[in-house]
Design a binder for this molecule. Structure first.
Ligand code: FAD
Length: 371
């Protein structure tokens, strides 16, 4: 069994720690933040992600706070015409072995954190360097401290320091699109349709959309809206925008869609960037998972799900293969094609616009795919 350092206590890093500890490894997770605040808004977990999380033993805790959308609906922005509908809830459970769950990101983080003993997590540790030799990896942190481990997993998100140490700096491309996020109590939306479903209003161009889905057991509605806009380049989960700009941006939308925006009090704003699939994720004793190696546009809601799947498959690969190199090769082989396909499809942004099936994404089982 190995002594494994995980950089980043996001969704992918915490899932990796749970899966690796269950396989008998010694794990320490280093996180730059000093605590877990209620940062972020939504997380949309499709059935593939929920099934992976169920296998980690956290599914019951998630179901206590999550909403379970009854359908996935597409509508035309101005007429409101329904162009596709996939039943979720019980139908997804029957088809894929798990439902779709939508929740506040902080509730998912709390469930994952509770599945780990507190001594596994080292908060306030920002990794600044990783040097490896034949016997291990030495991690260096901003406060000058170091930690030696057999292996290092970079689960440190979009701006990954581990990826930079492994592959050099990346050069993401601004899409010319910004995203707004807001959460609205549903009691302000009386009479509005689709409150129990995931609904996407498709605008006059592919990048102008409004997506809504329930959070907090249906007591809140999450609103996610994108629009082309030059001149705003900040990629952030915490930067505020203004509701006036949000409302003005969708003036041509159906009154039902605009009513959702009227109900928003506060909004976060972020620029959206694209990255190409990476040619490799591992070198020697270091590998990557989640947004660190395949950050994706949010249009298929797969960022968190793919990080969870990576964590499960990586832990299975480390169990199955006789050496670290063979494990990392097996992990990448099992995961690269799927995540690259989702990265590219998310960028194309036509997923389930018209009729179709979600099978190739939702039907994946990280616990049984060959590694
Ligand atoms: P992340 O979830 O980004 O986690 C990476 C972790 O690594 C973070 O905790 C970060 O602080 C830590 N880290 C980064 N660099 C270092 C370093 N050098 N040393 C140590 N630690 C480091 N997605 C949504 O769909 N909706 C949201 O509202 C939303 N809010 C988010 C809020 C925050 C604060 C973050 C970090 C992410 C948010 N996401 C949100 C993104 C979503 O959680 C991820 O896309 C997805 O879950 C992939 O997870 P990940 O574990 O690969 O990366």
């Amino acid at each position: 069994m190995a002594d494994i350092a995980v950089c980043g206590a996001g969704i992918g890093g915490l899932c990796a720690a749970i899966a690796l500890r269950a396989s008998g490894h010694e794990v320490t997770v280093f996180e730059q933040a000093r605590g877990f605040g209620r940062v972020g808004a939504d997380i949309n977990l499709t059935p593939n992600a929920v099934r992976a999380l169920d296998g980690l033993g956290v599914g019951e805790a998630l179901r206590e706070t999550a909403a379970r959308p009854v359908a996935r609906i597409s509508r035309t922005y101005d007429t409101g015409e329904e162009t596709s509908r996939l039943p979720m809830a019980e139908t997804a459970e029957e088809q894929y072995g798990a439902p779709q769950l939508t929740m506040h990101r902080a509730d998912l983080m709390a469930a994952l954190e509770q599945a780990l003993p507190s001594e596994v997590l080292r908060l306030g540790h920002r990794l600044t360097g990783a040097d490896q030799d034949e016997t291990g990896v030495t991690c260096t942190f901003a406060d000058g401290s170091t930690h030696r481990a057999d292996l290092l997993i970079g689960a440190d998100g979009i701006h990954s320091a581990v990826r930079t140490a492994l592959l050099g700096p990346e050069h993401p491309t601004f899409t010319g699109v910004v995203a707004f996020r807001s959460v609205v109590p549903v009691d302000r939306l009386a009479g509005t349709r689709d409150l129990d479903s995931f609904t996407k209003w498709w605008g006059p161009d592919a990048n102008t959309q409004i997506v809504t889905f329930p959070l907090n057991r249906g007591r809140d509605l999450f609103v996610f809206a994108t629009i082309p806009q030059e001149g705003w380049h900040e990629e952030s989960w915490t930067t505020p925008g203004t509701v006036e700009e949000l409302r003005a941006s969708y003036a041509g939308f159906h009154p039902d869609a605009r009513a959702l925006l009227e109900a928003c009090d506060e909004v976060l704003k972020s620029a959206l960037y694209v990255r190409d699939p990476l040619p490799e994720w591992s070198a020697g004793r270091v590998t990557l998972l989640g947004d660190a190696c395949h950050p994706m546009m949010p249009f298929m809601a797969q960022g968190a799900g793919q990080a969870v799947e990576d964590a499960v498959v990586l832990s299975r690969a480390l169990q199955a293969a006789p050496s670290v190199q063979e494990s990392f090769t097996a992990y990448e082989k099992a995961r690269r094609e799927r995540t690259a396909r989702i990265q590219i499809s998310s960028r194309d942004n036509a997923w389930l616009k018209d009729s179709g099936t979600g099978d190739w994404v939702y039907g994946y089982d990280a616990w049984s795919v060959p590694v």
